[in-house]
Design a protein around this ligand. Structure first.
Ligand code: PGA
Length: 242
């Protein structure tokens, strides 16, 4: 059985006062609830809300060294993280991250004992051109080392992030089924069956239950709606009920 995962990605949002949003979040027994705050808040968040899990939003592929401005996976773990988001489309576009670099980061994460959350997803033009399945399969094959055993994959169509638009439920179901097949071929069938697949992109309290009812959706990676407990709380509750 895959443990469901409700993951919040605060992106470049959050000051100390926003940690007050964490205490009211439910942590139902049978699911994992994860917040990925900015690195500046990670250790304070982990201390403020020990009922939740915490993660980083990116890491450098090296462990230590002369990399001004960067943060290693081991440093995230030291600050209280147990997960790290990698290859988010905003990293791919803002920082020109390519799949080969992302695979180095995935390796760094697992060496530090963090669970990597690999983000994949097509642009609107790629979906309209019918190439979304190939784009996503290629991102997985190029981003994941073939011997990895513990990873989370988040399917986040770029055009759905922060836009209020989402794919249809059938489109999400099709892509998640295909991602599991890709994982079975690239990794092993057992690892594919155990890997949690998250949907991300404009998940809100109003659409969460329908998305969580889809086979092969094991949770969500939530941006905007993770910033306030009044929004993220009902999403967590919907996942626990699914
Ligand atoms: P969103 O962001 O929920 O605000 O669309 C999702 C994400 O980028 O992880």
């Amino acid at each position: 059985m895959r443990r469901k995962l409700a993951a919040g990605n605060w992106k470049m949002n959050g000051r100390a006062a926003d940690l007050a949003e964490l205490a009211p979040l439910p942590a139902p027994q049978d699911i994992d609830v994860l917040i990925c705050p900015p690195a500046t808040l990670l250790s304070r968040a982990a201390m403020a809300a020990p009922h939740l899990s915490f993660g980083g939003q990116d890491c450098h592929p090296a462990d230590t060294g002369a990399h001004t401005g960067d943060i290693s996976a081991a440093m995230l773990a030291d600050a209280g993280a147990s997960y790290v988001i990698l290859g988010h489309s905003e990293r791919r576009s803002d920082h020109a991250e390519r799949d080969a670099l992302i695979q180095y980061k995935v390796n760094a994460a697992r060496q530090a004992g963090l669970v990597p959350i690999l983000c994949v997803g097509e642009t609107r033009d790629q979906r309209d051109a019918g190439t979304a399945p190939r784009i996503v399969a290629d991102q997985i094959a190029a981003g994941l080392p073939p011997d990895i055993e513990t990873v989370v994959v988040a399917y986040e169509p770029v055009w759905a992030i922060g836009s209020g638009a989402t794919p249809t439920l059938d489109e999400i179901a099709d892509m998640h089924r295909q991602i599991r097949q890709t994982l079975a071929a690239h990794l092993t069938p057992d690892v594919a069956a155990a890997t949690r697949l998250l949907y991300g992109g404009s998940v809100k309290p109003g659409n969460a239950a329908d998305i969580f009812a889809i086979d092969d959706v094991d949770g969500a990676l939530v941006g905007g709606a993770s910033l306030r407990a009044e929004d993220f709380g009902p999403i967590i509750t919907a996942l626990a009920a699914s």
